[in-house]
Design a protein. Structure first.
Length: 276
């Protein structure tokens, strides 16, 4: 990984472009690319969209995962195994395959989602509705896909942590008169908080950097409505062939992710110190 990163850093301080790939000739531009990026309104608009998109993904993913993990504790052994296998299958399916299936499901005219919504008569006849060409609907479609793929990991992680809590603690709480809701928030949630925190940080890193699902469904459209920093970087580097600008944006994104990763490492170290 070191060689590509070093190469990325080097070309971010140059005017490297498509011609440079064939001739090997490029000039040193210093911080010129970074100056242009930080003076670009489209970059900051994309950055804030990325942050908002990340929050919109992480919050429901964690909340749904917490609910499903607690729900699984109330199931019998057979149902636990069946639900676990279903979660593993959903989580393990490749992003490309999942996005392809999603495109089929939300396809105008023949998509199963449009057919079901039309037959339910909730929004009228939406069989010809194109989700990818509507800014809000494209966001909803991508949001559903990413959350659907992310919830299984959170659920199984929190469920595994819940299974390690001694049942005698909950038995003592019931003897003291605590209901299920009080027992969850007063006992289970505080004990799961380190795992929830680490899972949240990982989700933030993954969702900040999401690319495949967005590109395969909407390619950042329509009108850049679903374009995140990863999509913006790709278009700068491999569509506009402004490779040095794309490299500089990648470095900025990498620094942001390194900051988030450092939070994860610090939390992990503190958790390990607490366990020891």
């Amino acid at each position: 990984m070191i060689v590509p990163i070093v190469f990325l850093i080097i070309i971010s301080f140059t005017d490297f472009n498509l011609k440079s790939l064939f001739t090997g000739n490029f000039g040193i531009s210093g911080f010129n690319q970074y100056t242009k990026i930080f003076h670009s309104a489209s970059f900051f608009k994309t950055l804030w969209r990325t942050v908002a998109f990340m929050v919109a993904l992480v919050v429901p993913t964690i909340l749904i995962g917490m609910f499903m993990a607690h729900f699984m504790t109330m199931l019998g052994k057979v149902m636990k195994w069946m639900l676990t296998l279903a979660f593993i299958f959903a989580w393990a399916i490749p992003n490309v395959a999942a996005a392809t299936v999603w495109n089929w499901m939300f396809q105008p005219r023949y998509g199963i989602v449009n057919i079901i919504l039309t037959r339910l008569k909730i929004f009228g006849n939406v069989q010809d509705l194109s989700w990818a060409t509507n800014p809000m609907l494209a966001f909803v479609c991508i949001w559903l896909l990413i959350v659907w793929q992310a919830v299984p990991y959170v659920t199984l992680t929190l469920f595994a942590a819940t299974e390690q809590i001694p049942p005698t603690i909950f038995e003592a709480a019931r003897v003291d008169g605590a209901g299920s809701i009080r027992a969850y928030w007063s006992i289970e949630f505080p004990l799961l908080l380190p795992v929830i925190s680490i899972t949240t940080v990982l989700s933030v890193i993954w969702d900040f950097n999401v690319f495949n699902q967005i590109w395969l469904i909407s390619q950042g459209g329509p009108d850049e409505a679903t374009s995140t920093l990863a999509i913006y970087t790709y278009k700068q580097a491999f569509i506009d062939f402004n490779l040095s600008r794309g490299a500089a944006i990648s470095i900025i994104a990498m620094l942001i992710l390194l900051a988030l990763t450092s939070v994860y490492v610090i939390m992990l170290m503190r958790n390990n110190e607490g366990l020891s």
